[in-house]
Design a protein around this ligand. Structure first.
Ligand code: SF4
Ligand code: SF4
Length: 300
């Protein structure tokens, strides 16, 4: 199969991004992630398949509309005193309710796209990439959860002279990650914690594979610019010792930068749309923490 015919599941293509690689970029978010970070701002990215979500703010109400109720073959959607309610546990994910909904209140995160479809969208902004040094950034979820699709996207982008960046959590097949790196202009690699036990508590997996893949990529691609990113999460990695341990682990090379990202709660509403609880509750980063930890990271 040719790269451009390869298909995968994409849950968002976001244009005009300024934060995930050089210049103006188009973010391509692939569905599926092996981690379950408590602070994840894209919970709709985690499961590999397309999934139903309900935004009650867009709902016309069952009395005015109600098309989704008879559309559900499992009788999971109810009118309770004029408000729509969903039995999430009984839902099979057939997505028929979303097809019946006229407003997008009942919607689907994720759709099958070919490489050609994605790159045609990405190329619409070629003029901005040329002026700013931007291009396409693959993200997720974890883009390397769909390794053949991710690599095909990167190869096709290169054929079209589009600058390429991959954002990865590193918990993926090492051979596939190496193959992806052959088609990259730079790499964004998340390292969240050096203690595997703490890493497992916060993300659901230990960090052995992540650290091994990181060192492997560093050794195999000495001239590839790498930005190591650490989201600073209250109660997880917000001490000087946590950040110093990561900073000391990183190899000293001129084209490697360690960037700390602020904790935020921007994905909170999406948990409600998916019928899940937001795992972080009301946790906040203490004032001044991020700046203090940034100076620790700089001192490595
Ligand atoms: S996706 Fe779930 S709620 Fe919607 S129609 Fe199918 S079973 Fe019913
Ligand atoms: S079909 Fe859509 S707008 Fe109509 S009641 Fe159901 S969720 Fe609301």
């Amino acid at each position: 199969m040719q790269d451009k015919e390869q298909a995968g599941i994409v849950f968002n293509v976001q244009k005009y991004s300024l934060h995930d690689g050089a210049g103006i970029r188009t973010m391509v978010f692939l569905k599926g992630c092996p981690l379950r970070c408590a602070w994840c701002s894209n919970p709709e990215s985690q499961r590999p398949q397309p999934e139903r979500a309900f935004n009650r703010y867009k709902c016309l109400s069952p009395a005015v509309c109600g098309y989704c109720i008879p559309a559900c073959p499992r009788s999971c959607i109810f009118d309770i005193e004029g408000l729509l309610a969903i039995d999430h546990a009984g839902c099979s994910g057939c997505l028929l309710c979303a097809r019946a909904c006229p407003t997008g209140a009942m919607t689907v995160y994720g759709a099958t796209r070919t490489v050609a479809e994605v790159l045609d969208l990405v190329e619409q902004d070629a003029v901005f990439y040329a002026r700013s040094g931007g291009g396409m950034t693959l993200s997720g979820g974890e883009a390397m959860q769909q390794p053949d699709f991710a690599v095909a996207l990167l190869r096709e982008a290169r054929r079209r002279h589009v600058n390429t960046v991959l954002e990865t959590c590193g918990h993926c097949d090492g051979d596939a990650l190496e193959e992806a790196c052959r088609h990259l202009d730079s790499l964004l690699f998340d390292i969240k914690h050096l203690s595997t036990d703490t890493h497992k508590e916060g993300t659901g997996v230990g960090n052995e594979r992540i650290l091994e893949n990181f060192l492997r990529v560093c050794a195999a691609f000495p001239s590839l610019p790498i930005i190591v990113r650490t989201p600073v999460i209250p109660g997880f990695n917000d001490t000087e010792a946590d950040i110093r341990a990561i900073a000391r682990f990183l190899p000293k090379r001129a084209n490697l930068v360690h960037e700390l990202l602020p904790y935020h709660r921007m994905g909170q509403a999406k948990y409600e749309f998916l019928g899940r609880a937001f795992p972080m509750g009301g946790a906040q980063l203490a004032d001044g923490t991020l700046n203090r930890l940034r100076s620790v990271a700089l001192a490595r």
